[in-house]
Write a protein that binds this ligand. Structure first.
Ligand SMILES: [Zn+2]
Length: 244
């Protein structure tokens, strides 16, 4: 498995950036994980849009879905040009009917409902989920293939259930949206120390931090994660290929 960060920001993108999103690939199958603001522009640096095979969404906050409409338009324009790509499945939870309905668009994309108890086969991946603690229903995800695993926390404040869910992962991609002075004061997100604690308790092999804040110095978040996690931790780097 190979996973590439397409964006690393929470809320909105910095100039020429994108919000937290990833492209995961294995055996030639390409799956987009979340599709927020700036993601469609970033994605094209790594993959022609018509070669995308699936999309999985953690939740329906705008910084995770803002570019879904643009993605659907790209498929429609390909169709007008006579270059019809296969119908693109977009996996999203079913607990917000209005948002879920938007995942199906003409003959171009189709919404596929998911819940936290599902275990799905998406291309070469086995994908499972864990509900997080966030102001709206949100799912962490685990992608497994060929005996390796990558876990993404999506958006969450500290969540006990994520420890067993992430245990033994080869790579944990954790949100770390808060500086330590804000931990516990901003609902729905974690600080670096909590991301590190999750990685330590789950005994993951590698920790990558994402969904970062725009203010301050994110090296402070990295330092906080290093204070609670004894393994290798880094800030997600857009375009870097993380291998599992
Ligand atoms: Zn969110």
């Amino acid at each position: 498995m190979k996973i590439i960060p397409l964006g690393i920001w929470g809320g909105y993108p910095k100039a020429n950036g994108a919000t937290s999103s990833f492209l995961i690939e294995h055996n030639g199958f390409h799956c987009l994980i979340d599709c927020g603001s700036g993601v469609l522009a970033s994605l094209q640096n790594y993959l022609p849009l018509d070669q995308l095979d699936a999309v999985v969404l953690s939740h329906y906050h705008a910084d995770h879905i803002a570019d879904i409409g643009s993605l659907q338009y790209s498929r429609l324009i390909q169709f007008y040009l006579g270059e019809q790509a296969p119908v693109l499945p977009i996996y999203g939870h079913v607990y917000d009917e209005e948002e879920f309905a938007k995942l199906t668009y003409k003959e171009q994309t189709i919404g596929v409902g998911i819940t936290e108890s599902d275990v799905l086969s998406i291309g070469p991946f086995t994908v499972s989920f864990c509900r997080t603690v966030h102001p709206v229903y949100c799912l962490a995800m685990k992608f497994e293939a060929d005996g390796r695993s990558i876990v993404l926390t999506a958006d969450t404040e500290w969540c006990d259930d994520l420890v067993p869910f992430a245990t033994g992962a080869d790579l944990l991609i954790s949100e770390a949206n808060l500086y330590e002075e804000h931990v516990g004061k901003a609902p729905g997100h974690m600080g670096g120390s909590e991301a590190g604690k999750l990685a330590e308790q789950a005994k993951v092999k590698h920790l990558v931090l994402t969904h970062l804040p725009h203010h301050g110095d994110v090296r402070d978040i990295l330092a906080a994660a290093s204070s609670t996690y004894s393994g290798h931790v880094e800030i997600a780097e857009v375009g870097k290929k993380y291998l599992s």
